[in-house]
Each structure stands twice: as structure tokens, then as C-alpha cells.
Design a protein around this ligand. Structure first.
Ligand code: F6P
Length: 460
């Protein structure tokens, strides 16, 4: 996937761990042979090429290496677990994200209806629920989850941080859990890996399956995390509103701050979806504030020529400009707590134009949590359903230490050890960023030391 920069990516090892041989027939009753008009079980040997670039594939083959490929997700004809013996647990962790309830519902319904698994525990309020007695885990039945997907949020509750892997595995062992589903972002995938390693140390037969959740879309390898597109749809409304406000005032500036701690996908895609942004500032693309080629000078030129401008800033952008005291350490997941770049920019924009005696009106919009607390759009809802189903199929086949996700449009298994500790970021050389530059007309670089000077992307 070329729109991700994964430090020290190397050649990914996509081998998925297994708990052991699959001795039990699946109760799903699917077909086994293509062409008979029946939907088939997925053959365990099927793989999807990770890098679709023909030159890259040829180079790998020429070097005598097999191109990196991912295991296809889906129901297997033979299972590691005897369905009747399975007890499952589901936990949702980290910040909210559209579609969490859909994934939980899909896992519960698939376990219940397709495998006959009746004992499913919903862990309350994130990882802390493995150790905290109050509230206790919630038994999950189809009736419990019947309508949860109509609402945003997490009906199980979520939180950041939590107990050690050893304490979590103590719980799994004590409760005789055989399949653990962990729905969360990068912090959760790190926790999932630690839990998997502790399970292996104790030689327990417990499958650990992750589902990639975060509106930031910063999980590597998968096409997208669930909920991201819904967040973008909601963020787009903020950009459209900023445009209306900017146009409605002489020298109006509509400024929108959007979530995206270290990855600017939401800002970039909301700007593209709206088509009304003139500047997009993201953590991956450095910019100067001052100087002839800095952001304020570029905004100045835009205001003078067009009398209004829309600026979209990702919350993680330009953090180096925020005074030290306004940055606030790290949260319980170890993520930096960011200073408010939106308010900071508003102040700097007003000061700049005051200094140059140009009257401007700045309307600042920060939709904040509104973009992640809604139920998912149709495409995310479909994605969530399939993620939940495939997470269950993987666990029942004894796959472990993996995350389900979509790559090149197909659902696959990605080993968590390949994901944990890596972050997907928007590559400024990727066509996605090129589209943003073309749509906004902002300079390719807004830095002063660029010897070539700023290049202006002509606006159609
Ligand atoms: O889940 C990712 C995210 O939405 C980031 O974009 C944002 O910085 C963070 O969560 C804020 O989460 P909270 O305030 O809940 O810790």
C-alpha cells in the first residue's frame, strides 16, 4: 500500500499463527467446489498479493523470493475448536469510532447463528473490565445486540490503557475463554500482541483476533480502518459549513480543525470530499507559518485574490508551533495529548492580517467528537458486518495473533506482529495527496528554504 509510510517496514512477514490442526467439521454447510452454484468455504492456502505493482512482483520473483501475500479471510471447512466448547469474549478499547456496535453485533450473531456458540462475554469499558469487578462482563446474546448497530458509540463502553497482559490472560484462563476479540486501534493491537505472547507462554488454546478500529486510519496494511469513511462524511459537513461562512463575509476565512493525531487522512479526505478547501495542513507535510513562502503569506495571497479561504487543519499538524505549556504529555494509551492547533492558527491568522491592515473575519469550526460518535454510513456498516463475520471464522479455525481487514478490496488476515508498533501515515508522494493539492490549489510546499520556491498547483 503506497499511501502508508511505515518506519522500518522491511519485507512484511504475513504468516498467520495457528493454535493447531483443524479436526472438527464446520457446521456452516457451504460448498467445497467452485462452479456448483454454492458459495464455498475459503481454502486455507489461498493468498492475496500484497504489492500489486507488476515491477515489484517481477523484482521479487527475479530475486527468487515469493512476493508478500496475505491469507484470505472467510469460513474454513474444518475448525480447530469444537463449536459447542467455545466461550468467547469481546472487548472494545480506545476512542470511539463509528461502527463499533456493528462489529460487536456481527461477532455475536455469527458466533451464535453460524457456530452455535452461546457463551459470549462483553467486557465492560475496555481492558480495565478484565480486572475491575464493577461492572462485571455482560453476557451477550442475539437479543442483547439486536438493535445496537442503530446507535453510535460502544454499548459495552471503552477506555484507554488497562491491566497487564498477564492479568488479562489470568481472566481468560479463569473464565475458560477460547476466543478473544479485541476491537481497537494501534494501542489495542499492541495489547493484543502482548496478550497473544502471554497465552503462548502459558501454552493455552485461546485465539486472539483484532479488528482495526480508529477514525484516524493509521493502522498499516489495511485499505482503511472501519469508521473512517463515516468520520470523513461528517467532517465534510464542517468543511462545507466553513466555506459558506467564509463566502458570507468579506475576506472571510473558514478554519476547520479535524481529528487526526499523527495521520492526516480525515483532513485530506474531508477536504477532497467537500472540494471547497483551499489549504489542508496535515502532520505528514511540514509547513512554515511565517516568511514569504509560509502558510500565512500563502493565505494572504489567496485572500487578496479571492476574498475568502477555507483552511482545514488536522489536529496533529504544526504542533511544534504550540507553546510548550499547552502540550500536555501523554494519555493512558501513551498517545501525545495535543495542543489546539485550530485556536492557535486562528490567533495567528488574525494577528497576521491585523499587522498588514487587512480586515478579515475568521470563523473557526471544530466538530471534535461529533465525527466519531455517530453510527456508520452504509459502506462502513457493510465493512463492519464483514469484519465481525471474518473475525469469528478466523478464531473458529484456530487462527490467532491476527487482525482481520480489507486489503485491495478483499478481506484478509494480517498478523498483529506485523502491525503492532507501526503507524500508517499519509505519504505526501501518494496520488491521494496530489489530488488534495490539485483540489485546493495550495502550493506543493509551504516552506521557505525550498530553493525552487513554492510551486503553485493550478486550479482547474
Ligand atoms: O481514536 C483516535 C482519535 O479519535 C484521535 O483522532 C484523537 O486525537 C483521539 O482519538 C482523541 O481521543 P480521546 O479524547 O477520547 O482520548
Amino acid at each position: 500500500m503506497s499511501d502508508e509510510r511505515t518506519p522500518d517496514a522491511g519485507r512484511p512477514d504475513f504468516t498467520v499463527e495457528s493454535l493447531g490442526p483443524c479436526r472438527h467439521p464446520s457446521p456452516m454447510g457451504l460448498g467445497e467446489s467452485p462452479g456448483d452454484g454454492l458459495v464455498d468455504f475459503v481454502d486455507d492456502g489461498r493468498r492475496l498479493l500484497f504489492d500489486l505493482d507488476l515491477h515489484a512482483v517481477r523484482a521479487e520473483l527475479a530475486a527468487g523470493a515469493e512476493p508478500a501475500a496475505l491469507e484470505l479471510a472467510g469460513p474454513r471447512s474444518r475448525l480447530f475448536f469444537r463449536p459447542n466448547d467455545v466461550r468467547a469474549a469481546i472487548v472494545t478499547t480506545g476512542g470511539l469510532c463509528p461502527g463499533i456496535n456493528d462489529v460487536v453485533r456481527s461477532i455475536v450473531l455469527t458466533l451464535n447463528w453460524h457456530y452455535g456458540v452461546r457463551e459470549i462475554l462483553g467486557i465492560r469499558y475496555g481492558l480495565r473490565g478484565f480486572v475491575a469487578p464493577d461492572p462485571p462482563p455482560m453476557p451477550l446474546r442475539p437479543e442483547t445486540v439486536r438493535t445496537v448497530h442503530h446507535e453510535g458509540g460502544s454499548f459495552l463502553g471503552s477506555s484507554r490503557g488497562g491491566p497487564s497482559a498477564a492479568e488479562i490472560v489470568d481472566f481468560l484462563d479463569r473464565e475458560a475463554i477460547s476466543a478473544l476479540f479485541m476491537i481497537g486501534g494501534d494501542g489495542t493491537m499492541r495489547a493484543a500482541l502482548a496478550v497473544r505472547e502471554e497465552i503462548a507462554r502459558r501454552n493455552l488454546a485461546v485465539a486472539v483476533v483484532g479488528v482495526p478500529k480508529t477514525i484516524d486510519n493509521d493502522i498499516p496494511f489495511v485499505d482503511a480502518t472501519f469508521g473512517m469513511i463515516t468520520a470523513v462524511s461528517l467532517a465534510r459537513q464542517a468543511v462545507d459549513a466553513a466555506h459558506a461562512e467564509a463566502q458570507g463575509a468579506l475576506n472571510g476565512v473558514g478554519l476547520v480543525r479535524l481529528m487526526g493525531r499523527e495521520s492526516g487522512f480525515i483532513a485530506a479526505q474531508a477536504a477532497l470530499a467537500s472540494g471547497e478547501a483551499n489549504f489542508v495542513l496535515i502532520p505528514e507535510v511540514p509547513f512554515d507559518l511565517d516568511g514569504p513562502h509560509g502558510f500565512l503569506a500563502c493565505l494572504h495571497r489567496r485572500i487578496v485574490s479571492r476574498r475568502h479561504a477555507v483552511v482545514v487543519v488536522a489536529e496533529g499538524a504544526g504542533q511544534q508551533y504550540i507553546p510548550e505549556g499547552e502540550r500536555r504529555g501523554t494519555d493512558a494509551s501513551g498517545n501525545p495529548v495535543l495542543g489546539d492547533i485550530g485556536r492557535f492558527l486562528k490567533g495567528r491568522i488574525l494577528a497576521h492580517f491585523r499587522e498588514h491592515d487587512v480586515p478579515v473575519t475568521v470563523k473557526y469550526i471544530d466538530p471534535s467528537y461529533m465525527i466519531r460518535s455517530a453510527p456508520p454510513t452504509a459502506s462502513d456498516a457493510i465493512y463492519c458486518q464483514q469484519l465481525g463475520q471474518n473475525a469469528v471464522h478466523a478464531a473458529m479455525a484456530g487462527k490467532t495473533g491476527l487482525m482481520v481487514g480489507r486489503v485491495h478490496g478483499q478481506q484478509v488476515h494480517v498478523p498483529i506482529r506485523a502491525v503492532a508498533g507501526r503507524r500508517r501515515r499519509l505519504d505526501p508522494e501518494h496520488p491521494l495527496w496530489r489530488s488534495v493539492l490539485q483540489s485546493t490549489g495550495q502550493p506543493v510546499r509551504m516552506v521557505n528554504e525550498d530553493p525552487a520556491g513554492p510551486t503553485v498547483t493550478p486550479r482547474p
